[in-house]
Design a binder for this molecule. Structure first.
Ligand SMILES: [Cu+2]
Length: 148
């Protein structure tokens, strides 16, 4: 495929006309919860669809908690699943979906600045190595059951 100057200019104009969130990465089915209304810790879960190039989710931030981290679960030797801070983030190959689900990868919210109340919106800024930062409002759903 070869680009002429004209096609690049048209593509740039189209890109500028789109809202900032219309990127190659989309966040679907996001929700946040805590184990109880008074819990100091919460978590957020979502599906992140990458329709663009190979990328990596390298960080997450939110005003909703003092410490916000990407976590995964690993099995310690005795078969017990433990949470672990994924310091290198999560790989997101082109065309893949990163699933953050209960019992697996998740966004950890430690030291909640306010309790998570049903229906509240928690802003999360996801940082991608190539796609940059994306902020999504994640609804609190305390009643949702794990999908598996
Ligand atoms: Cu965790």
């Amino acid at each position: 495929m070869s680009f002429t100057f004209r096609s690049i200019a048209v593509a740039a104009a189209i890109a500028c006309a789109m809202p900032a969130f219309a990127q190659s990465i989309t966040v679907e089915d996001a929700y946040a919860r805590s184990a109880s209304p008074t819990a100091k810790t919460g978590a957020a879960f979502m599906q992140i669809v990458n329709d663009g190039e190979d990328d990596r989710l390298i960080g997450v931030a939110s005003p909703a908690a003092d410490v916000v981290q990407l976590h995964t679960h690993i099995e310690s030797g005795d078969g017990v699943m433990q949470m672990k801070h994924a310091e290198d983030g999560f790989d997101m190959p082109a065309g893949s979906t990163l699933s953050m689900e209960r019992g697996g990868k998740h966004v950890m919210l430690m030291g909640l600045t306010a309790p998570l109340a049903q229906g509240d919106l928690v802003p999360l800024t996801l940082s991608f190595e190539k796609a940059g930062d994306m902020t999504v409002d994640v609804a609190v759903d305390l009643e949702r059951m794990p999908s598996k």
